[in-house]
Design a protein around this ligand. Structure first.
Ligand code: SAM
Length: 343
C-alpha cells in the first residue's frame, strides 16, 4: 500500500528510502532547452544535449508511469522549459490517464509562461489544475535583464490565458540581491490581487553561470522580516507536497510561500526525486549522486531492470543537502545547472 492507502504494483512495492521517507513526488525535466537564459540559471552560451541522449516522449511516459506504479502521486513536468519540448502535449495527454485512473493525485508543470497562451486550454483539458509560473519581476526592463531573452508582456498574456482556462497559477520568484529585493510587496499585491499564490525562492548555487553567487544571494529571512514590517504574516499548515512553507497575508488574504534551501532546509520531510531528460535520477537536488535509468529503460521492453535500478537508487537517497553560499564558497556547490535537474 502507498502512504495514501492505494495499491501499487504488487511485485514492486512503494518506494521508501533508508530514512523511512516515502517517495510520492517525481519531478521530470523533459528537456534541457529553454527559450530564456535567466542569469541565475544558465550562462548565455549553453551547450545543449544531443538529441540521441534525450529520452523520447514514449520513454518519458514509460519512466513516469513506472514511478506512478511505484506509488508516486504527484508528477511535475519541468525543464529547461517544458513547453518548448516538441510534442509535449502528447506526453501530457498520455500521462493524464493516470489522473483518470486515480493512480495520480496531481499532474502539473513549472513553466516560464512564454508558451502558455498557446497551450493553456489544452493543459486544462488534460486535467491539469494548477501550474507554477516563474516570474521574478513586474518591471519589463528588469524582466528582460534577468531572463536575457524574455518578454514580460508575453508571459503576462500567458498567465491571463491560464487563468481564463481555469488553471490555478502560483507565481515563483527567485530572490536576487539588488535586483528584485524591493519588489516583493508589489509582486505580492499583484499576485494576491489576482487570486494567485506567490512563493519566493532562495537562489541556489547550481551550475556555473559566469557570475558570482554571493552577489545574487538574498537570504529569505531578510525578505520575510521586511515584509513583516508591512504585512501580518500568519503561519498556516497549507501543504502542496513541495518544500515551501506558507503564511497567510492577513491584509490580502492570499498565501505566501518561502522556499529556503540555504537558511532552513526541510530535508527531513523530503518526498521527492528528480529525473533529467536523459533519464538520470537524482535522489537529492543538492547532491551529485545519481543513477542512470536510461540504460535499463532502453535495454529491455520489460520494466524489471528499470524497477531494479530505481530500487537500488532509492537506497542511496541521502539524508539531505548542505548548500552554502558565503565568501569561502563562491563556486557552484554543484556543477549541473537547475535547467538540467529541473527546478
Ligand atoms: N523553465 C521553467 C521555469 O522557468 O519555471 C522550468 C525550469 S526552471 C529551472 C524552474 C525554476 O527554477 C524557476 O522558477 C527558476 O527561477 C528556478 N531556478 C533556476 N535556477 C535557480 C537557482 N540557481 N536557484 C534557485 N532557483 C532557480
Amino acid at each position: 500500500m502507498t502512504p495514501s492507502g492505494l495499491n501499487v504494483d504488487r511485485a514492486n512495492p512503494a518506494l521508501v528510502d533508508p530514512f523511512g521517507r516515502a517517495i510520492s513526488y517525481l519531478r521530470v525535466s523533459v528537456t534541457d532547452r529553454c527559450d530564456f537564459r535567466c542569469v541565475y540559471c544558465m550562462s548565455e552560451n549553453m551547450t545543449f544535449l544531443p538529441k540521441a541522449d534525450v529520452l523520447s516522449l514514449e520513454e518519458l511516459d514509460r519512466l513516469c508511469s513506472t514511478f506512478v506504479h511505484r506509488g508516486v502521486r504527484k508528477l511535475r513536468l519541468t525543464g529547461g522549459e517544458p513547453l518548448v519540448r516538441r510534442g509535449i502535449m502528447t506526453l501530457v495527454a498520455s500521462l493524464s490517464r493516470h489522473l483518470t485512473s486515480g493512480a495520480l493525485d496531481e499532474l502539473t508543470l513549472t513553466t516560464n509562461g512564454s508558451q502558455l497562451k498557446k497551450y493553456a486550454t489544452e493543459l486544462a483539458a488534460c486535467g491539469i489544475k494548477r501550474i507554477n509560473v516563474s516570474l521574478d519581476t513586474l518591471d519589463p526592463d528588469k524582466f528582460r535583464a534577468i531572463t536575457r531573452w524574455g518578454e514580460l508582456a508575453i508571459v503576462r498574456e500567458g498567465i491571463d490565458a491560464a487563468r481564463a482556462a481555469g488553471l490555478a497559477v502560483k507565481i515563483n520568484a527567485v530572490a536576487l540581491k539588488g535586483v528584485n529585493e524591493d519588489e516583493f510587496s508589489g509582486l505580492l499585491e499583484w499576485a494576491h490581487g489576482d487570486g494567485m499564490d506567490l512563493t519566493i525562492i532562495e537562489v541556489m548555487p547550481l551550475g556555473d553561470i559566469g557570475e558570482d553567487r554571493l552577489e545574487q544571494y538574498l537570504p529569505l529571512s531578510i525578505v520575510r522580516a521586511s515584509l513583516a514590517e508591512r504585512y501580518t504574516l500568519e503561519d498556516i499548515d497549507y501543504q502542496t507536497g513541495g518544500p515551501a512553507r506558507y503564511v497567510r497575508v492577513a491584509e490580502t488574504g492570499g498565501r505566501l510561500g518561502f522556499i529556503t534551501p540555504l537558511t532552513h532546509n526541510f530535508c527531513e520531510s523530503c518526498n521527492r526525486v528528480r529525473v533529467t531528460c536523459t533519464g538520470t535520477l537524482f535522489m537529492c537536488l543538492g547532491q551529485e549522486d545519481a543513477a542512470d535509468l536510461r540504460a535499463p529503460l532502453r535495454a529491455s521492453t520489460s520494466n524489471d531492470l528499470l524497477n531494479a535500478a530505481i530500487d537500488e537508487a532509492i537506497t542511496r537517497k541521502p539524508r539531505g543537502h548542505d548548500f552554502v553560499i558565503d565568501r569561502h564558497h563562491k563556486r557552484p556547490a554543484l556543477a549541473r545547472h537547475m535547467s538540467m535537474t529541473g527546478g
